[in-house]
Each structure stands twice: as structure tokens, then as C-alpha cells.
Design a protein around this ligand. Structure first.
Ligand SMILES: Nc1ncnc2c1ncn2[C@@H]1O[C@H](COP(=O)(O)OP(=O)(O)OP(=O)(O)O)[C@@H](O)[C@H]1O
Length: 249
């Protein structure tokens, strides 16, 4: 579904990502781990086209996407979350999810002509919002302002926001950070449930226990380079990973 071939990025003298290749197949949960400064976020930023690469190729659903725009890849179904969830703190959870993408906005004239369709679409969106809030146990807080949510609940709201756009692949940037162990169990359940329903994931996280629980395969970066890839068992026993990531040799 997603192929990254020989991707590189420099920031001045810093080579943040060096010749990295990886792939994510449909229905997989793939982890991306590595110590601070390894290049994980830079790689995510390039794959989601928030950042251009210096060289390499990104293919999504059999089409080259490097050189495209973040909006275009979102439309094709590649969605990402951020380490710090974005959204609208002064809006309720319902409002946060009901926000219509700007490129679907209607002019006054069209609105008048198409009002029946618009009302139907709004109703469909509302039902989808409620269903997502229920799935993620946030329905009781639907009228709360987003700013009153805990860090973990904000992560769940962020997942709901991405799901509103019907993604085909979700890139999750540190979904477990700031999440207490009880909610982490729920996060694991949600991700595994979504995968069972057909979703594909590429996930960055520093919490290796979490990564090992959810991932089918894992890539490990260090100093911008890919140093290992394999199943959770292979990665947890890999000497290179132990020495660079865990500081154990
Ligand atoms: N905009 C930037 N300008 C200059 N250097 C940058 C920029 N973004 C990242 N870097 C550098 O690129 C390298 C990789 O950073 P990156 O944030 O991708 O690592 P990371 O693996 O995501 O780290 P962390 O786990 O701490 O989030 C680091 O040396 C970082 O300082």
C-alpha cells in the first residue's frame, strides 16, 4: 500500500534521514522506532508531504506521491496524527468532528439549490460523529470543550478526527505518549479493532511495550539510517537495536 524508496533529507549539515526504504502492506500495523533524533518524525513529515525530500520516492496505492500536496494525499486516504494533537480547544467534541473540510464548503447560491443534499450530508456526518464518539467512549463528553479533555482523551479525539475522513492508512505519531496504562490498553484495543475492520497503520512510539503489542513488523532507525527491521520478537532480540535504542550492548 505504501512504499518508501531510498528517501533522504538534510537540514543544512544534518542528515536527518539517509537512504531509508520501507513498506507497509494493506492490513498491517507497522512500527517505526528509534532513539531521539533518529529521523522518525522527519520521515513521517515527508511521507505525509508536510516536508519535501532531497531524494527518494514515495508510492501510495501504486501512485508516486512525492511532489504532491498534503491535501491531495489526505484525499487519497493517507492521514496522520501529530505528537501534540491538533484540533479546536474552544469547540466541543461534536463540533471538532463536524467541521467540514474547507474544500467542501458551499457558496450561498449552491447552498440554496442543494439544501436538501446538504442537510442529508450533515445528518450523515452527525450520525458518523456520534458513532465514532461511542466507539471511543467519548460520547458522554460530546458537548464538553476539547480543552477540558485529558491528554489521552485528546489522542482518542484525534483518532476520531482522522477516521471522519475515511482513511486507508493512518500514520500515528506517538499515540501512547502521555497515556496512562489503563487508557493505553484501550488504545491498543481500538487500534487492533480498526485493523480487524481493514485499516492499515504506520506507528511511531517510544513505548516499546506498546509497539510490540500492536505491530506485525517494526523498522528501527538510528542517526537517520535504517538499522533493523523484523517482527517484534526479532527486533526485541536484535543486538543493533539493543545497543543504539536501549543503550545496551
Ligand atoms: N526543521 C529542522 N531543522 C533542522 N534540523 C532538524 C529539523 N527537524 C529535525 N531536525 C534534525 O533532524 C534529526 C532527526 O530529527 P527527528 O525529529 O526526525 O527525529 P525523531 O526520531 O522524530 O526524534 P524524537 O523521537 O525526539 O521525536 C535531528 O538531528 C533533528 O535535530
Amino acid at each position: 500500500m505504501l512504499q518508501v524508496k531510498a528517501l533522504s533529507k538534510n537540514f543544512g549539515g544534518v542528515q536527518a534521514v539517509k537512504n531509508v526504504s520501507l513498506e507497509v502492506n494493506k492490513g498491517e500495523i507497522v512500527g517505526l522506532i528509534g532513539p531521539n533524533g533518529a529521523g522518525k518524525t522527519t520521515l513521517f513529515n515527508m511521507v505525509s508531504l508536510f516536508l519535501s525530500s532531497n531524494s527518494g520516492e514515495i508510492t501510495f496505492l501504486n501512485e508516486k506521491i512525492d511532489g504532491s500536496t498534503p491535501e491531495a494525499v489526505v484525499k487519497r486516504g493517507l492521514l496522520r496524527t501529530f505528537q501534540t494533537p491538533v484540533g479546536f480547544p474552544k469547540l466541543s467534541l461534536l463540533e471538532n468532528l463536524m467541521v467540514v473540510p474547507p474544500n467542501e464548503g458551499e457558496g450561498i447560491f449552491e447552498t440554496f439549490l442543494k439544501r436538501k443534499t446538504i442537510v442529508q450530508t450533515e445528518q450523515k456526518n452527525y450520525e458518523k460523529v456520534c458513532s465514532l464518539l461511542r466507539q471511543f467512549n467519548l460520547y458522554d463528553k460530546r458537548n464538553e470543550l476539547a480543552e477540558n479533555l485529558s491528554a489521552a482523551e485528546l489522542k482518542l479525539l484525534e483518532l476520531c478526527r482522522q477516521l471522519m475522513a475515511d482513511p486507508k492508512i493512518m500514520l500515528l505519531d506517538e499515540p501512547a505518549s502521555g497515556v496512562n496504562p489503563m487508557i493505553l490498553d484501550k488504545m491498543v484495543d481500538h487500534i487492533l479493532r480498526l485493523r480487524d475492520e481493514g485499516m492499515t497503520f504506520l506507528v511511531i512510539d517510544h513505548n516499546l511495550g506498546f509497539i510490540y503489542r500492536i505491530c506485525d513488523r517494526i523498522y528501527c532507525l538510528a542517526n537517520g539510517e535504517l538499522i533493523a527491521s523484523g517482527t517484534p520478537e526479532e527486533i526485541s532480540n536484535n543486538e543493533n537495536v539493543k545497543s543504539v535504542y536501549l543503550g545496551v550492548s
